[in-house]
Write a protein that binds this ligand. Structure first.
Ligand SMILES: C[S@@+](CC[C@H](N)C(=O)[O-])C[C@H]1O[C@@H](n2cnc3c(N)ncnc32)[C@H](O)[C@@H]1O
Length: 356
């Protein structure tokens, strides 16, 4: 787990959470020693846990319809923290705000929500299905304190990847600090069904693409050659180590200036991620990532500290109204303390699609 992941030192206290959030109670077994456990093969339990963690730990109000992919918060937060490391190593010059592109944001919109809540980053989230766009927008609307940072965009749903993956997503004149992607991993639902990681569910649209993840991310690589420096860091997650190997080979042949990989390990599941660039100074390419940073407070966390109560116990309607004011207080305090709000450029910003 990434050292800055808030669950790196201790997993969530399921028993305490179920006391605070009665909706979680049916899914938590409390043992004689007071500890609690959850059956992660139960989809309803997994969905409710994700909902509660996002609310309790990140101040995010979140929902998805049944059947849609349930994102494990720990794994998705690892990716965000790895992006922080990459941006600390090298960021696009002269940009006050960090703007990221999430390819396949899904109904769950997990990466833009976490990236905006943890770091104040701006995001464009794109997807091809109506259900993803509809629910992603609902998740934006449910979090007014983050809504100014996240813009959702529907792409045409073409059969196959010939029209490109990144090319349709990046609009004329737009530039991004990074793009990220959790691609459809599998070639068929049969293949998906053989994989134990599908305990987190998902529809065929979310899990499957012709040629699987290798075809999907290879298309991203080809598109990136055309887009060049318009995206500072191109990144994607992959589900198989063999895919990582094949993509490394492809990327070397594309003369990238930097190529990094990492492994996200959680529970029994390994995932890998790779990042490449045409903009990063090649002298930085083999420099170790600055990983040993102390844990950062999320904006919601620092806001919560000012208030000394968990956001989750406040009436739901109050939180969005309260957060901006609390964030402003904690930001001012942090500035007075002379500490940067985080390792990268975390200034709160507003994303307007007309700005590049
Ligand atoms: C594995 S899901 C990831 C959802 C979410 N980002 C997550 O990490 O849980 C893959 C998503 O990619 C979307 N997708 C598939 N093909 C796409 C394409 N060509 N462009 C953008 N999104 C696409 C799917 O609709 C789906 O929502």
């Amino acid at each position: 787990m990434h050292p800055r992941n808030r669950y790196a030192d201790a997993e969530p206290d399921f028993a305490a959470l179920s006391q605070q959030y009665p909706s979680l109670q049916p899914y938590v077994a409390v043992h004689a020693n007071g500890s609690g456990s959850i059956d992660f093969t139960d989809l309803q339990a997994s969905r409710e846990l994700t909902r509660v963690l996002l609310l309790h730990d990140f101040g995010i109000d979140w929902a998805i319809p049944p059947g849609q992919l349930i994102p494990p918060v720990t794994n998705r937060a690892n990716y965000i923290h790895w992006l922080e490391d990459l941006l600390q190593l090298s960021s696009p010059a002269g940009q006050a705000r960090v703007l990221g592109l999430d390819i396949g944001c899904g109904a769950n919109l997990i990466y833009p929500l976490l990236g905006a809540a943890i770091n104040g980053w701006c995001f464009v989230g794109v997807d091809v299905t109506d259900v993803a766009i509809d629910w992603a927008q609902r998740n934006v609307n449910a979090n007014p304190h983050l809504a100014r940072l996240i813009h959702i965009r529907k792409l045409p749903h073409t059969s196959g990847l010939n029209a490109g993956v990144l090319l349709p997503a990046v609009q004329e004149g737009e530039t991004f600090a990074f793009c990220m992607c959790n691609p459809p991993f599998f070639e068929s639902m049969e293949e998906a069904g053989q994989n134990p990681s599908t305990a987190f569910s998902g529809t065929a649209d979310e899990m499957v693409c012709p040629g699987g993840e290798l075809a999907f991310v290879s298309q991203m690589v080809h598109d990136s050659v055309q887009l060049g420096k318009r995206v500072h860091w191109y990144t994607s997650m992959v589900g198989k180590k063999a895919t990582l190997k094949a993509l490394r080979k492809l990327l070397h042949s594309c003369h990238v200036t930097a190529l990094r990989t990492t492994e996200f390990f959680q529970g029994r599941t390994s995932r890998w991620a790779l990042a490449w660039s045409f903009a990063v100074d090649p002298n930085l390419a083999s420099k170790p990532l600055p990983r040993a940073q102390p844990k950062q407070q999320t904006q919601s966390e620092s806001a919560r500290r000012e208030l000394s109560v968990p956001l989750g116990v406040l009436p739901k309607a109050v939180v969005p109204k309260l957060l901006p004011a609390l964030e402003a207080v904690s930001e001012r305090k942090q500035q007075r303390r002379g500490s940067a709000a985080g390792a990268v450029g975390y200034a709160s910003a507003v994303y307007h699609p007309s700005q590049s």
